[in-house]
Design a protein around this ligand. Structure first.
Ligand SMILES: CC(C)(COP(=O)(O)OP(=O)(O)OC[C@H]1O[C@@H](n2cnc3c(N)ncnc32)[C@H](O)[C@@H]1OP(=O)(O)O)[C@@H](O)C(=O)NCCC(=O)NCCSC(=O)C[C@@](O)(CC(=O)O)C(=O)O
Ligand SMILES: [Mg+2]
Length: 291
């Protein structure tokens, strides 16, 4: 079954307290940050903390992602060495502007995997797109490596680059569509932006409803309180599950009787509708029923 990636919880790599407890909140993936959540004077100590956390048994059963600093900074390559050697599942490259950024990252990863005895190809990648140039190049970025499991839009740097600010989502409309189409065209996952106001549950839920409807696999999060709200919103309602089960039963009966298209209570049921019904059942199996 495909790996569920609804929630990716960011936490500052410099926070020993958060590193030692984050797994209890059960996000789909944990994202240890070595970039913007870590001050310059803590870069080295945060890298060491994350290196040790990655090897701890508490993180063996959860997908681990490390957001390194860009490779053109004094920290990027050291972050990458530490994360790959410690066995991170995924490296998140921030501020990815071009496919060349990913080619360069992949060359370094191959070198590190070979030198530490990790199977070549076992470290996955995700690219965070945080600028107009990145959005324009999203299709090429999404197709740049077999290791890419997804691409993410990063709103705060993106709106700065666009000379605007976070608002009702209008400012992200084009970028969300571009990132989503690039990901789907490449057959990889698409992740939406962080929602910064952790006390605004209604605003968060509104944004989650929108991105789920658009087709994003999930979202980067910054606080454990956002996890359950997100998972619940991604779960189908009892009504949706009941309808999906009726569609599948009607389709199976139609197939037994040799019909390609059938009707259920006056509504046409054909292949895409049957496939969607199967997706609803898969979502129920993965996320339960919406509360
Ligand atoms: C916001 C706040 C300070 C609030 O703290 P508060 O303490 O007020 O929160 P409370 O809810 O009271 O915490 C209750 C309990 O949960 C624990 N707890 C909280 N958060 C936890 C967590 N994340 N992981 C595990 N544990 C956690 C806490 O320790 C406490 O534990 P305990 O004391 O034991 O009860 C805190 O959440 C936090 O630091 N978040 C992460 C921030 C971060 O990583 N930013 C970087 C990524 S964005 C970026 O860079 C922009 C981007 O690049 C994005 C892109 O690329 O997509 C772009 O361009 O857009
Ligand atoms: Mg950023």
């Amino acid at each position: 079954m495909k790996k569920l990636r609804r929630s990716m919880l960011f936490l500052p790599g410099s926070s020993a307290a958060m590193l030692s407890t984050a797994f209890i909140y059960k996000p789909d993936s944990i994202m240890f940050d070595l970039e913007d959540a870590v001050s310059l004077k803590e870069k080295d100590s945060a890298r060491l903390l994350v290196f040790h956390a990655l090897q701890h048994p508490m993180y063996k059963d959860i997908e681990t992602v490390v957001r390194i600093n860009p490779l053109n900074t004094p920290f990027g390559l050291k972050d990458l060495e530490a994360a790959v050697r410690a066995g991170a599942d995924v490296i998140r490259l921030p501020k990815t502007d071009t496919p060349e950024d990913i080619y360069q990252l992949e060359r370094e990863i191959v070198r590190i995997e070979e030198s530490c005895g990790r199977p070549v190809g076992s470290t996955q990648l995700m690219a965070a797109i945080e600028s107009a140039v990145g959005v324009i190049n999203a299709v090429a970025i999404a197709r740049s490596s077999q290791r890419l499991m997804g691409i993410a839009l990063a709103a705060f740097d993106y709106v700065m680059d666009m000379q605007t600010e976070r608002g009702d989502g209008t400012e992200l409309f084009y970028a969300r569509c571009a990132v989503l189409h690039a990901a789907r065209g490449a057959g990889i996952d698409a992740f939406d932006v962080v929602y910064a106001d952790i006390n605004d549950e209604a605003g968060f839920l509104k944004e989650v409803d929108l991105i789920k409807r658009m087709g994003f696999n999930g979202k980067s999060l910054i606080n454990p309180r956002q996890i359950e709200i997100l998972h619940n919103a991604y779960a189908p309602t009892q009504e949706e599950v009941d309808y999906a089960e009726r569609v599948i039963a009607a389709a199976e009966e139609g197939e037994r009787n040799g019909f390609g298209v059938i009707s259920l209570n006056g509504k046409m049921i054909d292949a895409p509708i049957i496939n969607h019904a199967r997706v609803v059942i898969e979502r129920k199996n993965a996320s339960g029923i919406r509360q």
